[in-house]
Design a binder for this molecule. Sequence first.
Ligand SMILES: NC(=O)c1ccc[n+]([C@@H]2O[C@H](COP(=O)([O-])OP(=O)(O)OC[C@H]3O[C@@H](n4cnc5c(N)ncnc54)[C@H](O)[C@@H]3O)[C@@H](O)[C@H]2O)c1
Length: 262
Amino acid sequence: MGLLDGKRALITGARKGIGRGIALTLAREGAHVGINDILDDEVTKASAAVCAKHGVKATTHKGDVSTVAGVNAVIDSFEKAHGGIDIIVNNAIFPDQSRSLFETDEAYWDRMMNLSLKGYFFASQRAAKSMITQGTGGSIVCLSSVHSYVAMKDWTAYGIAKMGLRRMVKGLAVDLAGTGINANCIAPGAIVNTLPAKDDAIDGEPYNLDERPQMKARVPSQRGGLPSDIANAVLYLTSPLGSYVNGETILVDGGMIATSTL
Ligand SMILES: NC(=O)c1ccc[n+]([C@@H]2O[C@H](COP(=O)([O-])OP(=O)(O)OC[C@H]3O[C@@H](n4cnc5c(N)ncnc54)[C@H](O)[C@@H]3O)[C@@H](O)[C@H]2O)c1
């Protein structure tokens, strides 16, 4: 028996990296999963296939979750395949997350906020609507970041978006009071997001901190973060274990923020 038997979970940006690890972990615990990504290729299909090995339904839902139309299309497609939705994990991000202050133009700002704030907000709103109609509660999880706590050069737009998510889940918790839905963020530290060497593994090759002395000095846990570290926190928040956690952000960073220097 799994912690999420029969639950239906949609994870955005889950082709690879942390999202893939979350999908695989929730599938291992019995959840039927939907893998959203803007890319639908062999890697996306392989991520769904490895989840299906756990005997759950695993589907792919190609779409851009930075627009309201895109979010609605992806959730409609997921609900059509699964008959409803119990868990949404807002995880998608584009690769160039760091941009200097004076190179942050309107187009980049809009791109960042559209995906990381607007998309996460409207996906949560749309999923919550269905969860309320179903009447069986649910969970909303947003991927924030250590960059929402401290400033590091050239990460300002990203940090603002990720900080906004921490406020967003507090608002969702209040606005969804009495519905049985909890809404929370996870703020990861430095997590490897490459594909694992073995198809059915969750984690890629961890960072070797001996080759990264700066990171070693900043991470009290003295190892690189893994998708499974984040996925286990998502599992906690979306299962009965974490049902009384609401409007909260959990740092999963090996203690990086405790050192107060990124
Ligand atoms: N990896 C880290 O060290 C780290 C640290 C802190 C926070 N995070 C957060 O964790 C989450 C996952 O990060 P990751 O490193 O695993 O990312 P990743 O780059 O490995 O994966 C992100 C996925 O999102 C997809 N994507 C991009 N734009 C999209 C869109 N518009 N619609 C749908 N899908 C889209 C990409 O194709 C990609 O597959 C992100 O929210 C990120 O900000 C990551």
